[in-house]
Design a binder for this molecule. Structure first.
Ligand SMILES: [Zn+2]
Length: 690
């Protein structure tokens, strides 16, 4: 089309034309696409005829995909090429695009059309995948209150708005309370044990206020080094108490999150009942892989029972070390991080710098591609396409000569790139009446680049990150689903979406795999066994204690949203604390002091999206470890865990199907049974010694 020639953002015929796309193209392209979508929605919802898949869903998908792809390119450039002109172009359109998506989500006429198609005679003739897509669309409308009687809608809306306000207030209180406390040190002797960089930061903080000495705050980069390293036990105790009582009635009453917690719980309970559920945990689980609160609690109890003996052992070991080596006869909560760090250094320390010498970038990429080739019998070949930076590489994946998908690899940090690492979709696989496309992914990391004519070298953490993002990438690229809404990572339950990514990380801990992907930058020698053993020991250091801590948070979160009756209005904070005590008595090995106010700073569930969902972290870890165990079992009989038959099955049952069927069905189809926690325990070193 001529349009596309004039505006390269509107050219959907191939890869994004990064060389031609300019900030000035954004506004006309995005505005045009939003108008196109609005006009289409208006036309389709005004049509009195019963909607059909081809006449309604298909054009909606097509128009939505065009906007999604064009805006995806803009968002991507904003992340990886954040120069002022691009930032401006992105921010100029952001409010408009957000408004458009919010409007679609609340469009009742649209909801009626989806419902009419769902209730029509055509529904029975649709493929199970298409039926699932329609059911999910209706579910999402329903959870936003679309099906409520008209006289209840205003109250539902009020509840949503008050919840957002309370969540924002919760975060603000926590931030203000965090900033309200400082420890001033004027005598340098008081800094004993604290590392230089933390001291320098504390000195700079004091200087910024024109004061002498050192200022330590409750912000993590300042707080953590004090708790881990400060020899002054009193200083640690004061900081610990200040941190543990943030945003509670023990501090400034204006910043107390206690009443907010009670109010948030009551509103969530009311919302759940309006939608026809018994409690908020049930609402939270509707779009997730887990079915019921009881099922999640069963999972958490099971894992807790198995992990607790190891946590007790970790704690005993720590107490014995603290007594013998540090002269701490009773281990107080403010000693735990300090003693742990000393113990870790004494037993398991190795230098990241030393390990790094064994991971030059070309060898790591060879190793990664080698794992993928061996598992899925695909070829990964260098390819050509316009990119946003000369450092970016582009590859194609082929299976027996046939194109599967493409990906961009942007590994090195740049001043114009957002921090962190991520995988994003540039194009999703689809095949339908209006055309077909293979998937394209962006893999973006922030690793150091090459220096002094030598290849870049990666820390082991970098390598884990690369494998993790590549796992998300393969989920997106190896999909065999033809429907946009559920191809690749689309429509996958959020407590299952980390399965393929965490799964890939496991390979970075395998001796055989590491032998093939390490070569010392100077000598070319692979990773030595002694260093490998230390890495494994350090990985599993205190895994029992860490596991029960995560389980304590998960159980508290779930029981808070399923057991605590909030139907009579705001929940008194005493009841919240009592529930937490009960959970701790079951799972914790280190019981904090009675004045500890953990809930008041639990932002994940009171100000983030994790309410009745904190368990997802462990849940996905269990799934990925258990899936990986299938490769270990296959490897035991063949000498290598890179088993292509198991790989083919993992591709077919998990990666290929994406969101087209429930994640639990996919898992069971791959593993031949329900998930079990045993593999995760074993991978974390929590196995009973014979
Ligand atoms: Zn991830």
């Amino acid at each position: 089309m001529n349009d596309a020639v004039a505006n390269p953002l509107l050219d959907f015929s191939g890869m994004p034309r990064f060389a031609d796309i300019k900030p000035a193209h954004v506004e006309p392209a995005i505005r045009g696409l939003i108008d196109e979508n609005r006009a289409l929605i208006e036309r389709l919802t005004a049509d009195p005829a019963t909607p059909t898949w081809d006449g309604f869903v298909s054009p909606m998908d097509e128009a939505g995909e065009r906007l999604g792809r064009a805006w995806g390119v803009v968002g991507h450039l904003h992340s990886v090429f954040d120069v002022p002109e691009w930032r401006e172009a992105y921010n100029a359109m952001l409010p408009e695009i957000s408004r458009f998506y919010a409007e679609v989500g609340q469009n009742l006429a649209l909801f009626q059309k989806y419902k009419a198609l769902h209730d029509s005679s055509e529904f029975a003739t649709l493929s199970p995948v298409r039926q699932r897509i329609l059911e999910h669309a209706l579910r999402d409308f329903r959870l936003s209150g679309a099906e409520l009687p008209d006289d209840q809608k205003p109250r539902f809306q009020e509840i949503q708005e008050e919840q957002s306000q309370l969540a924002a207030k919760f975060s603000e209180n926590l931030l203000d309370a965090t900033n309200a406390h400082a420890e001033w040190i004027t005598d340098e002797a008081g800094l004993a044990g604290i590392p230089d960089d933390a001291r320098q930061a504390a000195r700079a903080a004091a200087e910024a206020e024109g004061k002498e000495g050192w200022k330590f705050t409750l912000q993590m980069p300042s707080y953590l080094p004090v708790l881990q390293y400060a020899d002054d036990r009193e200083l640690r105790a004061r900081m610990y108490r200040a941190y543990a009582t943030r945003a509670s009635e023990l501090g400034n009453p204006e910043l107390d999150n206690g009443p907010l917690i009670g109010r948030i719980l009551a509103l969530r309970d009311e919302e759940a009942r309006m939608l026809g559920y018994r409690n908020f945990a049930e609402v939270s689980l509707v779009p997730k892989m887990a079915d019921t609160p009881e099922q999640v609690l069963g999972f958490l109890h099971d894992l807790a029972a198995k992990a607790k003996p190891f946590a007790e052992k970790d704690l005993e070991e720590l107490k014995a070390f603290a007594r013998a080596e540090l002269g701490l006869d009773t281990l107080e909560p403010w000693d735990v991080a300090y003693a742990s760090e000393k113990l870790r250094q004494a037993r398991y320390a190795y230098s990241d710098q030393e390990v790094k010498q064994y991971f030059p970038e070309p060898k790591v990429l060879d190793g990664l591609f080698g794992v993928i080739r061996a598992l899925y019998r695909v070829d990964i070949l260098p390819d050509e396409a316009p990119t946003w930076d000369p450092d970016v590489r582009f590859f194609r994946i082929e299976k027996e000569g046939e194109l599967v998908g493409h990906f961009y690899l942007d590994l090195h940090a740049r001043s114009t790139k957002r921090g962190g690492a991520w995988m994003d979709s540039a194009r999703s696989r689809h095949r339908n009446t209006w055309g077909s496309d293979t998937p394209v992914a962006y893999l973006v990391c922030n690793f150091p680049g090459p220096v002094g004519g030598k290849p870049a070298t990666f820390t082991h953490d970098d390598v884990l990150t690369l494998f993790h993002e590549c796992g998300h990438g393969l989920h997106h690229l190896l999909t065999q689903v033809d429907e946009l809404a559920v191809s690749g990572i689309h429509g996958v339950e959020w407590d299952a979406v980390e399965l393929p990514s965490q799964f890939m990380e496991n390979f970075c801990w395998e001796w055989d795999v590491l032998q093939g992907m390490t070569a010392h930058i100077d000598t070319g020698e692979p990773l030595p066994r002694a260093l490998y053993d230390k890495m494994i020991a350090a990985k599993n250091f205190q895994s029992g204690m860490q596991t029960v801590r995560q389980l304590e948070f998960s159980m508290f979160d779930l029981r808070l949203h399923s057991e605590l009756d909030a139907s009579a209005g705001p929940v008194p904070i005493e009841r919240v604390m009592a529930l937490l005590d009960e959970v701790r008595r079951e799972v914790a090995v280190m019981i904090p002091p009675a004045w500890h106010r953990f809930p008041h700073s639990f932002s994940h569930i009171f100000a983030g999206g994790y309410a009745a969902g904190y368990y997802s972290y462990k849940w996905a870890e269990v799934l990925s470890a258990d899936a990986f165990e299938a490769f270990e079992e296959a490897g035991a009989g063949r000498g290598s865990l890179l088993d292509p038959e198991t790989g083919e099955r993992f591709w077919r049952e998990i990666l290929a199907v994406g969101g087209s069927r429930p994640a639990l069905d996919s898992f069971k189809a791959f593993r031949g049974r329900e998930p079990r926690v045993d593999a995760l325990l074993r991978h974390s070193g929590m196995v009973a010694q014979a």
